[in-house]
Design a protein around this ligand. Structure first.
Ligand code: SAM
Length: 212
């Protein structure tokens, strides 16, 4: 998702108290930043933030960090949040390639990837968020028994993501090729913006939950 450049987006983000502005300085200090010892869960590539906002609202005992690369997209999440700020939800504008600069070893309890960009060309495989290169980064920040949950409507990306698991030292805890028809996996499912759009068009949604 890349919205048209929105004039002033960077200024709004720079002034927002909902955004962590020097995220490298937060590394190892997330408990202090949230002011409690609750688990920290992150969504990488959160888009306009519907999913993470709903999760944070429903789970006040968990801290959430939404990560988004583009200012124009993050701005939309902030506009939604400003009407209803939550003490357990913060945002970072960054490229997830640098995620190990922001979270220390075992500082994250769960990682969500939702409808990640497919990067269909082979030469761009390393940019895919469920690639082995990214899994190696997640390995550095996720708790020992932590999990990663990935949803997509893109069959090729899902096949790729499954093939990346073994070489990266991860394994599937649960897999579905049709989330909305899977009673166990869909229990408590929170829909993302893309999920609403694609599933209303009849596309099946693929999901895995993985761990090392
Ligand atoms: N997760 C949302 C949903 O399901 O509705 C948005 C999905 S959209 C297809 C993918 C989002 O991931 C875009 O907003 C994009 O800017 C963001 N993104 C892609 N690569 C990223 C990266 N390396 N770091 C941070 N965000 C990224």
């Amino acid at each position: 998702m890349r919205l048209r450049n929105i004039k002033g987006a960077r200024d709004v983000i720079a002034e927002s108290p909902l955004v962590v502005h020097e995220p490298e300085e937060a590394k190892g200090r997330w408990k202090e930043i949230f002011g409690n010892c609750h688990p920290v869960r992150i969504e990488i590539g959160m888009g306009k933030g519907k999913f993470i906002h709903e999760l944070a609202q429903a789970n006040p005992g968990i801290n959430y960090v939404g990560i988004e690369k583009y200012s124009s997209v993050l701005l939309r999440a902030l506009q939604k949040m400003e009407k209803e700020p939550l003490p357990n939800l913060l945002f970072i504008r960054m490229d997830a390639e640098d995620i190990t600069e922001i979270f220390d070893r075992e500082e994250v309890d769960l990682i969500y990837l939702n409808f990640s960009d497919p990067w269909p060309k082979d030469r761009h495989a390393k940019r895919r968020l469920p690639s082995r290169e990214f899994l190696a980064r997640y390995d550095q920040i996720l708790k020992k028994n932590g999990t990663l949950e990935f949803k997509t409507d893109n069959k090729d990306l899902f096949t790729f993501a499954l093939e990346e698991l073994a070489p990266a030292g991860w394994s599937a805890v649960n897999i579905t090729f049709n989330l909305h028809e899977d009673a166990e996996m869909s229990e408590g499912n929170v829909m993302t913006e893309y999920e609403e759009r694609f599933s209303s068009g009849g596309n099946p949604i693929y999901k895995y939950i993985i761990q090392r």
